[in-house]
Write a protein that binds this ligand. Structure first.
Ligand code: SAH
Length: 312
């Protein structure tokens, strides 16, 4: 079995942000290879309990290997964090001392050629974080209309050439299905003008990000999961969320801000009628980002933003 290569991002900042209590109960909603989880259990000690959720079984196997060497108890669950309520109920977990969300894909997923996440390696178009999920990149690229493709690539990839890329994909489909990441990269390269390709990152980066977000429904689950996590926190418990691009960070920021504000009445109402009360206090007004040292050793940290809140 291949090693799980993934350096946890903002590790010290997460451990500090969670303000870990010995003997506490923690939930890592994106446990991955267990890098952060190991640090959490090391601090929570022998009395500590960690619930680790991931929708990728390969990640859970790696987390199992890593966590079994350390202190504390842990339970690993193959699920989506959108099922958080059910997962916690099934394990009779009531009050939680801290939640971590480390959003997006792991370096390991990007590196595993057969998963089809990377535009650097030619592989079948897949990109499913959960290999049992029904929708794959193949279905999106070959099945979506030109309009849908243009919208996804524009919105989720923030790609200015989205319409042209969608047009080229649909034109190429006329000759047969697009089956590999390599074919998709070639189509994108043909669609993006040479002058635009000379500058900036790989021309396929934004489109691949967009298709990955669509395949895995990465954005719609974030807010409900954060709200649900906050509802399960004990007073004084912490929630840490790491995001990797502006679309994610916007959702994280708004979710935490709304929970901190309580009232959601329209601004022009003279008195509050919604009756919502603040549930958290924001620990970070501005997100925490990686320092020079981490940036030099972990490229994945470049776009990472950590936000922390505490349950009232
Ligand atoms: N913190 C981990 C790395 C996490 S990488 C570590 O230190 O090792 C992000 C992980 O989140 C990936 O393994 C991915 O499969 C998982 N993931 C992403 N979205 C998810 C979701 N909605 N539900 C469950 N797991 C998810």
């Amino acid at each position: 079995m291949s090693e799980f290569h993934h350096i946890p991002v903002l590790f010290d900042e997460v451990i500090t942000g969670l303000a870990i209590k010995p003997g506490g109960t923690y939930v890592d909603c994106t446990v991955g290879g267990g890098g952060h989880a190991q640090g959490i259990l090391a601090k929570a000690g022998d009395g500590g309990l960690l619930i680790g959720i991931d929708r990728d079984p390969a990640a859970l196997e790696a987390a199992q290997r890593r966590l079994q060497k350390g202190p504390g108890r842990f339970v690993l669950v193959h699920s989506n964090y959108t099922e958080l309520d059910k997962v916690l109920a099934a394990h009779q977990i009531d009050g939680v001392d801290g939640f971590l969300f480390d959003l997006g894909v792991s370096s390991h997923q990007l590196d595993m050629k057969d998963r089809g996440f990377s535009y650097h390696q030619d592989a079948a178009l897949d990109m499913r974080m959960n290999p049992q999920a029904s929708l794959s990149a193949y279905d999106v690229v070959n099945g979506y209309s030109e309009r849908e493709l243009a919208r996804i690539i524009g919105e989720y990839g923030e790609e200015r050439w989205a319409k042209r890329i969608a047009e080229f994909i649909v034109a190429r489909r006329q000759t047969g299905p697009i089956t590999t990441t390599g074919q998709l990269v070639d189509i994108i390269k043909a669609a993006v003008p040479a002058s635009a390709r000379r500058l900036g990152p790989h021309p396929a980066r934004r489109t691949f990000q967009a298709i990955r977000i669509e395949v895995n429904g990465e954005l719609e689950g974030i807010k409900p999961a954060i709200i649900s996590a906050i509802d399960h926190l004990k007073p004084g418990g912490r929630i840490c969320v790491i995001s990797f691009h502006s679309l994610e960070d916007r959702i994280v920021k708004q979710s935490l801000q709304e929970s901190a504000k309580g009232c959601v009445c329209p601004k022009d109402l003279p008195v509050c009628t919604c009756g919502n009360v603040p549930k958290v206090r924001l620990i970070t007004r501005k997100p925490i980002t990686a320092g020079q040292e981490e940036l030099a050793t972990n490229p994945r940290a470049r776009s990472a933003k950590l936000r922390v809140a505490e349950r009232l």
